[in-house]
Design a protein around this ligand. Structure first.
Ligand code: ADP
Ligand code: MG
Length: 337
């Protein structure tokens, strides 16, 4: 017998594809907080986010009458028409995050806009509404996600140890903080503060707050323009290179997007300066004309293509090389190599 699945089941299936692990939940909630214009965002997790995630922001909040709607699939305030999709580089998935997260966890949202007099507390467990009531709260939004995958045990089995899941969240927060130095981010894991950025808008201060003194003391600024491609940020002196790509950070139009072309270009720029199998520290912002970018966003992976990849490669590589040769790269006396 053919049947149309009910909403809760559809959301549960969709969630299986889009929400892979606690860090995917945190990513979606953080993007929402950023989109809401927040200047301070706190993420608290327990057990690597598997049992507890709480994201608190001071953004615009959700108007009372829209709270329930925010949890409907394809409910979004961010795009109206199909054409709008082109102008958005990467929204994890469109209007699906809250509904899918709520389908596979026990969630609670408290939200208030500046114009509403009171806020709303809204509780959903496994897609089912449990509570909806008025509460007195500050402006902004807090979302709690408990016991992710409690009703999809097969998914839950695929999670790694709490420590590993927690480290994914740590990495994610690091990247997001780097891409938004104007926002203060806090990560508290099992009661301990792990990340605390000031949000003063200065990238160098953010790098210091995330990576400490040794790296911050060995940065070379980059500011390079070629045609409609602009690169800025910092790259590390060659001797702080590491054995893996973990510190090769770059953001395309302020989003964390992976591009093999950019990775290869950065490494090529460093080629004569670092030993083989070593990878540089970078925090680069690439500004590219949106219309020349094509980001194919699959729920779990992202494919980035640029109109002229050869040009993109050349520009990145040249910018890195120039920065390396124009600066004193031999550590000064007293500086720790
Ligand atoms: P999307 O972000 O793709 O629009 P979501 O399911 O993540 O879809 O969110 C649905 C809607 O709920 C958003 O479009 C936004 O209007 C609202 N929303 C979600 N989180 C927040 C938040 N932290 N602050 C303000 N509004 C939010
Ligand atoms: Mg979203």
């Amino acid at each position: 017998m053919i049947r149309v699945l009910d909403k809760a089941t559809i959301d549960k299936i969709a969630a299986g594809e889009v929400i892979e692990r606690p860090s995917s939940v945190v990513k979606e909630l953080l993007e929402n907080a950023i989109d809401a214009g927040s200047t301070a965002v706190t993420v608290e997790i327990k057990d690597g986010g598997t049992s507890f995630i709480r994201v608190t922001d001071n953004g615009c909040g959700i108007p009372k009458e829209e709270v329930r709607m925010a949890y409907m699939r394809h409910a979004t305030s961010k795009i109206e028409h199909a054409e709008d999709l082109n102008s958005i580089l990467s929204l994890g998935f469109r209007g699906e995050a809250l509904s899918t997260i709520a389908a596979v966890s026990q969630t609670e949202m408290i939200t208030k806009t500046a114009t509403d007099l009171t806020g709303i507390k809204y509780v959903i467990h496994g897609g089912k509404e449990i509570e909806y009531k008025d509460v007195g709260v500050p402006n902004g939004t807090t979302i709690v996600v408990r016991n992710l995958f409690f009703n999809t045990p097969a998914r839950k089995k695929f999670l790694k140890s709490a420590m590993t899941e927690g480290s994914y969240i740590f990495d994610l927060l690091t990247r997001i903080a780097l891409s938004h130095p104007e926002i203060s981010f806090k990560l508290i894991a099992n009661g301990q503060t792990r990340i605390d950025t000031s949000g003063n808008g200065k990238l160098k201060d953010t790098i210091y707050q995330l990576y400490g003194r040794d790296i911050t003391a060995n940065l070379i600024p980059i500011d390079y323009t070629d045609g409609d491609i602009h690169l800025s940020g910092f790259i590390g002196k060659p001797f702080i290179a590491r054995g893996n790509r973990g510190l090769e950070n770059y953001f395309i139009n302020h989003r964390y997007i992976k591009s093999n072309v950019v990775n290869r270009a950065i490494e090529e720029g460093y080629r004569t300066f670092v030993m083989q199998h070593k990878f540089p520290f970078t925090v680069l912002y690439l500004d590219l004309p949106q219309e020349k970018c094509d980001v194919n966003v699959h729920p779990t992976k992202m494919e980035f293509k640029y109109d002229n990849e050869k040009k993109l490669f050349e520009v990145c590589c040249t910018a890195v090389k120039l920065a390396l040769t124009h600066k004193e790269i031999i550590p000064k006396e007293g500086e720790k190599p």
